[in-house]
Design a binder for this molecule. Structure first.
Ligand code: FES
Length: 251
């Protein structure tokens, strides 16, 4: 859930095109009484009272799993899950109210293959781990809030490599090349556009959802990221330079 000035006061935005295949209890129509207009049959799906309550989670995690790497999805027993298809892998956003004492043991119950690289900080519960089999990246996990994610385009590319190079293998836990510009946490999942990329575009003068879509494609597919794009525009507008209109030459 995101609280944003871009949302009209007294209203909530819930994407309606999601199904149970993509997230737990995702069908917004299940929240609304099944009342239809007697003449047109149109459902009363845009009018309903809403009560919101926070889900007190103990942990959040991002799991990327190569296509065909896991036959089942036991992590869907978590209190919250969302699945986002990517090229060559599936991204899972997970959260649960029950703590995990031993993440490496938990991973053995969830996924095939041994952990190849791992980094763990017991003081704050953060963990990153990945499994490489026969030179191929099979899965990658980060336990921690999603705003700590690297831009996922680099990792997505690694899932599509037949054999990982030693250099890429060494950078797996970082999730980016050494010294590469990080595009920030993903805001638009459909087009894998990161927050830093969007903020830079706004500062360069693309101060509307349409302008960002034309430049970066963000917000042009399912539309779920549009409220977040509007928030970023509002936050960054004071830092945006005025874009000069293109000069037109009349001959
Ligand atoms: S998340 Fe679907 S268009 Fe941005």
């Amino acid at each position: 859930m995101r609280v944003s000035n871009a949302q009209r006061r007294g209203e909530v935005f819930v994407p309606i095109h999601w199904t149970d295949c993509f997230t737990q209890q995702a069908r917004s129509s299940a929240l609304i009484d099944s009342i239809t207009d007697p003449l047109s049959g149109q459902p009363e799906s845009k009018h309903g009272a809403v009560a919101l309550a926070p889900l007190a989670t103990d942990w959040q995690a991002t799991l990327l799993v190569a296509e065909g790497a896991a036959e089942s999805t036991p992590w869907c027993a978590s209190a919250y899950w969302t699945r986002i298809p990517m090229r060559g892998c599936q991204r899972w956003q997970l959260a649960n109210t029950q703590s995990v004492d031993d993440w490496l043991a938990q991973l053995r119950t969830w996924l095939p293959g041994d952990v190849s690289v791992v980094s763990q900080d017991p003081t704050n519960g953060r963990l990153r781990a990945a499994c490489v089999e026969n030179g191929q990246l099979r899965w990658w996990l980060m336990v921690g809030p999603p705003n700590e994610l690297p831009g996922l385009a680099w990792l997505e590319a690694r899932f599509n490599e037949t054999v990982l190079s030693d250099t890429h293998r060494r950078r797996l836990l970082a999730g980016c090349d050494d010294g590469a510009a990080d595009t920030g946490p993903v805001v638009c999942s459909c087009h894998q556009v990161g927050q830093t990329t969007i903020v830079n575009a706004i500062r360069e003068g693309d101060t509307s959802v349409e302008a960002l879509g034309a430049r970066l494609a963000c917000g042009t597919q399912c539309g779920s990221c549009i409220p977040e794009l509007k928030s970023l525009i509002e936050e960054e507008r004071p830092n945006a330079r005025t874009k000069q209109p293109l000069a037109t030459e009349v001959v």
